[in-house]
Design a protein around this ligand. Structure first.
Ligand code: F6P
Length: 553
């Protein structure tokens, strides 16, 4: 039976929601402090609950949620909420290939390109225990065989290209520099991953990223590249994105200015729209599918720069770490299921505690682009004002996600996080093993980790022994994620964790997390404004916009 993706039960239409409303009827800010400080005050039963129930070992990630703003009763209501909103059924619909992106009538299958045949079978069997091997229902068989045909072939084509490129990259006429041209999901994921794993990548060309239409971005990237040894990867799911097309054209001009007219030899593309790419002279176009959303696409051809940087084995490990998290999401019971708990926490924080933002602090310089990546993932997915059926929502959705790597943030905005008037939950991500080797690096890494742990402690405990300006309330919630080491597999798992968390929150809110109509208006207006800049006319414009255009002419 195919579930109707728009007929899900929205969170505010459940008994669990009423329970949460009743529990939070008192002053919510007091409730936050109470729920976090409880672990300090009651050292017996509820502390044992925090230590047992709120520390989760998910694949590649240990999550300590014991400093979060929930108590046992709230936690139980959230698990009931997840059940009453049928999140597990919605998840299974996604994994079963149902078109849950209802506004665009598309399947949501970004998790598919990161499977091997084996992990896919495991996941199908785990999430549907009734389907024992030999009696897999036709949907699952279809999924596996379509997967083998299309996805595996596309991955192999991509990786063979990568093998060749990397093998020749040390030759005088090989490719020494790869420049990725793309924006949004066609930049943020691959750029973040390549930067995060730079220290484990070796043996391939250098990889650069250009996203902004500001010509300085391309100019800067090309400053150290030689045209004859440069390959451009033009990434655009639609091949209609103006920033990407203009940057690609500028790259073509740069090649031609160096006497290189065979564009196909220096430029490849990844797109669902090969004719768009071919119209620019790009012969080689790697596949992309409409069932992979842009911000979820690093696992598909959009991951090409990642594969170039890491090589075949590294890229496969990246995919398999994410597949491990898929299996966890598909099979762990809700109260031990990390994406489910985090998505439910997002709803609790936004709708009951009234937190408007969440700060992300990776205590790893290599992960410094993670907050930017998460901004698109979370805010483009769940920053919605209507539910999947188009009805206006009576409650708030996605928090603003922002952040900076630790310890840098500590010396900038942490003052406000500790003593400001708003409570901002923070997510600390730490890596146990240092990336760099040597005694000095170990010493610095220890300081880094000590700061990560101390901050979580300070947010929770505060400082009651000092008064006035030196007083810290404490009771400020945090989550702590610990990776043993930053590897392709653990990073893959971390990204998949966030993807699924966004899914769960969106599912509870009853929204479609997979469209992005909110980006359209600005694009349309920019075309009109640019035309007016050329024609120098402001007829019909509001006074404010007309005045700005006047300044620009
Ligand atoms: O404008 C937003 C957006 O559509 C994102 O969702 C997407 O990741 C980005 O633009 C780039 O789109 P494309 O890959 O089609 O160039």
């Amino acid at each position: 039976m195919t579930p109707n993706p728009t007929s899900r039960t929205r969170c505010d239409r459940t008994l669990a929601w009423l329970d949460l409303e009743a529990a939070f009827a008192s002053n919510p800010s007091e409730s936050v402090r109470h729920q976090v400080n409880e672990s300090l005050r009651a050292q017996s039963t509820s502390c044992a609950w925090r230590m047992d129930a709120l520390r989760i070992d998910a694949p590649h990630i240990h999550a300590d949620l014991s400093k979060a703003a929930w108590d046992e009763a709230t936690f139980a209501s959230l698990i009931a909420l997840v059940d009453q909103c049928s999140v597990a059924q919605h998840r299974d619909a996604m994994f079963g290939g149902v078109a849950i992106n209802s506004t665009e009538n598309r399947q949501v299958m970004h998790w598919l390109p990161r499977q091997s045949v084996e992990t896919l079978k495991r996941m199908i069997l785990k999430s549907n225990p009734s389907l024992v091997s030999g009696s897999i229902e036709f949907d699952a068989i279809d999924l596996i065989s379509n997967f083998s045909r299309e996805v595996l072939t596309a991955r192999e084509t991509l990786l063979s290209f990568v093998d060749e490129l990397r093998a020749d990259s040390h030759l005088p006429d090989g490719i020494h520099d790869v420049v990725n041209i793309g924006i949004g999901g066609s930049d943020l994921g691959p750029c973040m991953v390549v930067q995060a794993l730079a220290q484990v990548a070796s043996g391939g060309p250098r990889v650069h990223f250009v996203s902004n239409v500001d010509p300085f971005a391309l100019e800067q990237a090309l400053a150290t590249c030689k045209p004859a040894n440069t390959l451009f990867v033009v990434q655009s799911k639609t091949f209609s994105t103006i920033e990407t097309k203009l940057n690609a054209q500028a790259a073509i001009d740069w090649l031609r200015a160096a006497g290189l007219n065979d564009i196909g030899a220096h430029m490849v593309a990844v797109s669902m729209n090969p004719s768009g790419a071919k119209a620019m002279g790009i012969e080689r176009v790697f596949a992309m599918w409409d069932w992979v959303g842009g911000r979820y696409s690093v696992w598909s051809g959009i991951g090409l720069p990642v594969a170039i940087a890491l090589g075949r084995a590294g890229f496969e490990a990246f995919l398999s770490g994410a597949a491990d998290m898929d299996l966890h999401f598909a099979s762990a019971p809700p109260d031990r299921n990390l994406p489910i708990l985090l998505g439910a926490q997002d709803v609790l924080y936004r709708n009951f505690h009234g937190f408007t933002s969440r700060s992300v602090a990776p205590y790893a310089q290599a992960l410094s682009r993670l907050p930017a990546y998460l901004q698109q993932l979370e805010m483009e997915s769940n920053g919605k004002r209507v539910d999947a059926s188009g009805a206006e929502l009576p409650f708030a959705t996605s928090a603003v996600v922002w952040g900076e790597s630790g310890t840098n943030g500590q010396h900038a905005y942490f003052q406000q996080l500790h003593q400001g008037t708003d409570v901002v939950p923070i997510e600390i991500i730490a890596v146990k093993q240092p990336m760099a080797k040597g005694e000095a690096a170990e010493r610095q890494h220890r300081t880094l980790l000590a700061n990560a742990v101390a901050q979580a402690q300070a947010f929770m405990s505060g400082r009651a022994d000092a008064g006035g300006h030196r007083h810290f309330d404490g009771g400020r919630p945090s989550n702590f994620f610990l990776l043993d080491s930053l590897t392709p597999a653990s990073l893959g798992a971390l990204i998949a964790l966030y993807e699924h968390r966004v899914f769960v929150a969106g599912s509870l809110w009853g929204i479609n997390s997979f469209d992005q109509f909110g980006v359209e208006l600005g694009k349309v207006l920019a075309v009109d404004i640019e035309k007016r800049m050329l024609d120098k006319h402001v007829d019909g414009l509001d006074a404010s916009t007309a005045a700005l255009l006047g300044r620009l002419s």
